[in-house]
Design a protein around this ligand. Structure first.
Ligand code: PLP
Length: 442
């Protein structure tokens, strides 16, 4: 079994000055690994272990680590004297906005922020300002960041879930203390893929917005059933709430227009992050002009405050422009390559599980995939809670780590291929999975 003595020493030293030793709660996993370097599809830790990376740092590295084109763009702005120029406007932010509005038909204008959480926060604020309502809907099993509107009533723990019910009746859990009760009483969970649960909430509360990933990617990959996203669109129009697609994880990974483009359903507002800048901190909120213009409304009672010292910082903005250039190159050929490589991974995994007699299904969208140890593809959090074998999931991840394949050490975290992964990498990964299953059967 691999040991991580240097990683452990660094983490325990860090813990003296950083609570828990990590700067994001979500990074506290076992075994604790301190990484030193990454390039393309590979990462190295301080103990000298090398890993084929499928975590992509929670998703951003769509081009792979240390991409040369992105690095060059960043170096150029540094060499030119990277600065916020007394907080003036730069040409870069306009260039980025132009590219995104050209790429996504339903985006009339954008604003540039730093993180996905800021973007979901601003989207919900815009929705409340536009509708004059306060209540928010979001799906069980969705993750939209750390702020008050989205860190409460998140995922009912599996053990407490029980059979599917009207969403508001769940024993809600919050992922953070310190959220006032008055606040969490405005946030209601719905079931993904369950339009009735949305309509039930709309009849009960005046809803300002429904925020959802159009394809859930924080509990693996849960596809919308045919008609579900169209149904959300229709309910938004019927009840007058703002439909927000959170494409922080899916935007630019599945298509230039995100999963909305794949599904052909347009939200009112969309938020992007992660893959948009291949690992640099940048997020975007975009959408319909009448909503986005609330940021500059002449009516002070409607105007939404948008501020941020680092909004549109030249370094991440240049990285985002370079990333989108690479993704758009040759008419989006990269997405076709993702499909081919993803298919190789999926069919390889399916064969291995079948041959080993292991009950498993592989969910995939382009470059992102996730194995569920159950006999059907999940439709919502409920389904996973009742059917997915999390122990087998954890076992596979732990054993793959021993074999130099880095799946994040948390059940149901989806894996991401990048433009730097090769067929040989996929085949090596499949061999490792086969080896894990063979060892289990011995
Ligand atoms: N929305 C989704 C779908 C996410 O997956 C995440 C982060 O994982 C966020 C929002 C929050 O983004 P950030 O971590 O950049 O604040």
């Amino acid at each position: 079994m691999t040991h991580y003595p240097k990683s452990q020493a660094i983490l325990s030293e860090n813990s003296r000055y950083i609570p828990g030793g990590v700067v994001s709660t979500n990074r506290a996993v076992d075994p604790p690994i301190v990484f030193e370097r990454a390039d393309g599809a590979w990462m190295w830790d301080v103990d000298g272990n090398r890993y084929l990376d499928y975590h992509a740092a929670f998703g951003p590295y769509v081009l792979g680590h240390n991409d040369r084109h992105v690095n060059d763009a960043v170096r150029r702005v540094i060499d030119e004297g990277s600065s916020l120029y007394g907080s003036g406007t730069t040409k870069l932010e306009g260039q980025l906005a132009h590219m995104i509005c050209d790429a996504v038909p339903f985006v009339d204008s954008i604003q540039v922020l730093n993180t996905g959480s800021e973007a979901t926060y601003q989207a919900l604020r815009l929705a409340r300002a536009a509708t004059g309502r306060s209540h928010i809907l979001k799906p069980q099993g969705g993750y939209h960041g750390w702020h008050n509107d989205v860190a409460c009533n998140l995922m009912t723990p599996l053990a407490k879930l029980g059979p599917r019910r009207v969403a508001d009746e769940y024993p809600f859990e919050t992922i953070s203390a310190g959220i006032p009760q008055e606040h969490s009483s405005l946030i209601h969970a719905i079931n993904f893929n369950d339009l009735e649960s949305v309509e039930a909430m709309c009849r009960k509360y005046p809803i300002a917005a429904l925020i959802t990933e159009p394809i859930l990617q924080n509990i693996g990959i849960v596809h919308p059933l045919p008609g579900y996203l169209e149904g959300l669109r229709a309910l938004a129009d019927k009840y007058g709430f703002v439909l927000i697609f959170d494409e922080v994880k899916t935007g630019f990974r599945h298509a230039l227009g995100g999963y909305s483009a794949v599904a052909g359903v347009a939200p009112d507002l969309v938020v992007y992050g992660k893959a948009i800048a291949n690992g640099y901190p940048l997020a975007v909120i975009g959408g319909k002009k009448e909503l986005m213009d609330l940021f500059v409304s002449p009516d002070a009672t409607k105007r939404v405050l948008l501020a941020g010292t680092y909004n549109g910082h030249p370094i991440p903005t240049a990285a985002a422009i370079a990333t989108i250039e690479r993704l758009a190159h040759n008419d989006g050929a990269i997405y076709r390559d993702f499909e081919t490589l993803g298919q190789r991974m999926q069919s390889g995994l399916e064969k291995i599980f079948k041959d080993a007699g292991t009950t498993a299904v592989v969910a995939r969208q382009g470059s992102a995939f996730c194995t569920y140890f159950m006999d059907h593809l999940p439709v919502d959090w409920h389904d996973l809670a009742t059917h997915h074998d999390t122990e087998m999931d954890a076992h596979l991840r732990r054993e793959l780590l021993e074999r130099g394949v880095y799946f994040f050490q948390l059940p149901m975290k989806q894996c991401s291929l990048s433009a730097a992964h090769t067929e040989a990498d996929v085949d090596q990964t499949l061999e490792a999975v086969e080896d894990v299953l063979a060892a289990r059967l011995q």
